[in-house]
Ligand binder design. Structure first.
Ligand code: SAH
Length: 259
């Protein structure tokens, strides 16, 4: 039998003086002993998510498509029940096997950068996209709303299966989950309009640049010579690769092999 994922839990926070009133809860909360708490005691996840989206917009995310995708995907369904309360805070969270789900602002930032690919402008949207590091599947669900086809590869079997379970109820026909070493890219889906990596290495694997379409864009954390990890954007043009170094970031390491 499929286990029911927890709903968004109750949290009663005093309203900030002069600030907005907390939303009325509409989710019935299961108390220990199985007695449901009366409705009206938990936070409505749509309201909390829409506040997260407002914060993302205030923080500089300008793409309405990205904001809509971030507002639609229920991040709390991708984290363990003990962490559900933090699901809409701008923080990274553990997802098991020593890995983390990126904070919403970095997911939104990377999605917005991907949408900036030349090919997305010329064809009116993103076609095929490769995500390296499926993790719990959250970002793949966001990508599914922004790209025509999503190939998402994960090297840890435990997380690949977790993502599959997390995404099952969404029935996303355009998301393909692959267990494999993403350092080799995924040639079967190439060429990609976009490649996004959720783990960072010392240099960009050559396969990623090869599997990028002309007009496509790669967004990945990479270490500079001094060891600092930064967000790197690589645009593939008819004349070659154009690299742009952006802000410092903190991603889990890119590793080779499957385990
Ligand atoms: N996008 C994910 C974030 C996962 S964290 C989410 O929304 O949850 C980064 C993931 O990259 C980890 O699960 C890690 O196992 C994976 N990873 C690291 N190196 C990899 C590789 N070579 N191929 C595929 N996945 C890799």
């Amino acid at each position: 039998m499929q286990q029911r994922r927890p709903g968004f839990p109750a949290r009663i926070t005093p309203p900030a003086p002069g600030g907005p009133r907390p939303p009325i809860l509409s989710v019935a909360v299961q108390r220990p002993g199985g007695i449901p708490a009366p409705a009206g005691l938990g936070l409505d996840s749509a309201a909390v998510r829409s506040r997260m989206v407002q914060r993302l917009a205030a923080g500089g995310v300008g793409s309405s498509a990205v904001l809509a995708a971030m507002g639609a995907v229920e991040r709390h369904r991708f984290v363990d029940s003990a962490l559900v309360i933090q699901a809409y805070e701008d923080t990274s969270l553990p997802i098991g096997l020593g890995q983390t789900i990126s904070k919403p602002s970095i997911v939104a930032r990377m999605m917005e950068l991907l949408l900036g690919a030349d090919i997305a402008h010329s064809t009116g949207g993103l076609g095929r996209v490769l995500e390296v590091g499926t993790g719990c599947g959250y970002q793949a669900a966001v990508l599914a709303r922004l790209a025509r086809e999503v190939y998402s590869i994960e090297r840890l079997r435990g997380l690949h299966e977790k993502a599959r379970a997390n995404l099952r109820h969404l029935r996303l026909a355009n998301v393909h989950l692959i267990l494999g070493d993403g350092m080799e890219g995924y040639a079967k889906g190439a060429p990609y309009a976009g490649i996004v990596a959720a783990a960072g290495g010392a240099q960009l694997p050559q396969a990623w640049c090869e599997q990028l379409a002309v007009g496509g864009r790669l967004v990945a954390p990479t270490a500079l010579a001094d060891g600092q990890q930064v967000l790197l954007v690589v645009d593939k043009t008819a004349h070659g690769l154009k690299q742009t170094v952006l802000e410092p970031v903190h991603f889990v390491p890119l590793k080779s092999g499957v385990s």
